[in-house]
Design a protein around this ligand. Structure first.
Ligand SMILES: [Zn+2]
Length: 320
């Protein structure tokens, strides 16, 4: 009898202990979830390891455990790549005019306003001049938060103006690419941007100046089909999705399953469309080295003289 009571007592003590443990376990879990929601901690979508957000940012949003490259917004990217206090933004206030009066689930103009309120940008790309370890360069950074960084007329115009400015100043151009493709709300006007940017890049190339696109996750559609693939040196981030049409569309058209690594940076590198896959933590240093190696030759006195003579002679011809 006594033995039975003793064992019942022991059982209830153990049950209490387990209940308390479960309770404190759930409290800890709740606290962790709250802290993740507050942005204090970050849970890696690849390896599920929790990292202090401050540590993750110090490692440029690359998981210290598994090397997963988390998406970064354009402000963060500009901070990572430019020297402090050197960023001079261009055309910040340019905004689309909605010439087609497009409406899907909601009017395009409302969607643009909502995006501006949410993201704080007028459009899906930031462009500007800055320095990278002391070297001046022109930088364009696409921002996936803004309608999937789709390329509308303003994205095209801002990038074209950036490239033209760089050609005039004889600066190298770096564009951090990410995009879901052309912006369907602007129809044909959006597709025209591919040709416009490509033409500006051709002029930049003819002036013997450097252009490096960096392909980040995901770079697809009209962006891949134009300036993302026109670099002198094309860099990509590990495991970034790089392609033209979406995987599902191709699978449905071909009616066959595509390999797992299809449209990854690694697969694209294998087929020669990308020159190097670089971890983000090495990007600034590598870009600096490439820019330093490809400094344009200084315009010589002879060159200036020839330029002056050409201008002078041609103006004489027009005048006479
Ligand atoms: Zn991870």
């Amino acid at each position: 009898m006594a033995n039975n009571e003793e064992s019942r007592g022991l059982k209830s003590v153990l049950l209490d202990w387990f209940a308390n443990r479960r309770k404190s376990g759930s409290i800890i879990q709740e606290r962790q979830e709250r802290e993740i929601a507050d942005g204090l901690w970050h849970k890696c979508p690849e390896c599920s390891v929790l990292t202090y957000t401050k540590d993750l940012r110090a490692n440029q949003m690359v998981c210290v455990e598994c090397g997963h490259h988390n998406r970064v917004d354009s402000d963060e990217r500009i901070r990572q790549l430019t020297d402090p206090n050197t960023w001079k933004p261009m055309d910040e206030h340019l905004r689309p005019s909605d010439p087609l009066q497009f409406r899907d689930r909601k009017p395009y103009i409302d969607r643009l306003r909502e995006m501006h309120e949410k993201v704080g940008l007028m459009e899906a790309v930031q462009t500007g001049l800055a320095q990278i370890n002391g070297f001046p360069f022109a930088l364009g950074v696409m921002d996936f938060r803004f309608i999937g960084a789709s390329m509308g007329s303003v994205v095209g115009e801002k990038l074209t103006r950036l490239i033209e400015e760089a050609t005039q100043r004889r600066y190298p151009v770096v564009i951090i690419c990410t995009s879901g493709g052309a912006r369907m709300q602007e129809g044909m006007l959006s597709l025209m941007q591919m040709a416009k940017i490509s033409a500006a890049l051709q002029n930049h190339r003819e002036a013997k100046l450097l252009y490096i696109p960096v392909l980040t996750n995901p770079t697809t559609g009209g962006v891949t089909a134009s300036f993302a693939m026109l670099g002198d040196i094309i860099l990509a981030e590990p495991k970034a999705t790089i392609g033209f049409a979406g995987r599902r569309v191709i699978e449905q058209t071909l009616r066959e399953k595509l390999p797992d690594d299809f449209q990854t940076a690694e697969d694209v590198l294998k087929h020669g469309f990308v020159d190097e896959i670089l971890p983000r933590t090495q990007l600034k240093q590598t870009l600096t080295q490439l820019i330093a190696l490809h400094q344009p030759p200084a315009l010589t006195t002879t060159h200036n003289l020839v330029m002056w003579e050409t201008r002078h002679l041609s103006s004489t011809i027009v005048e006479s």
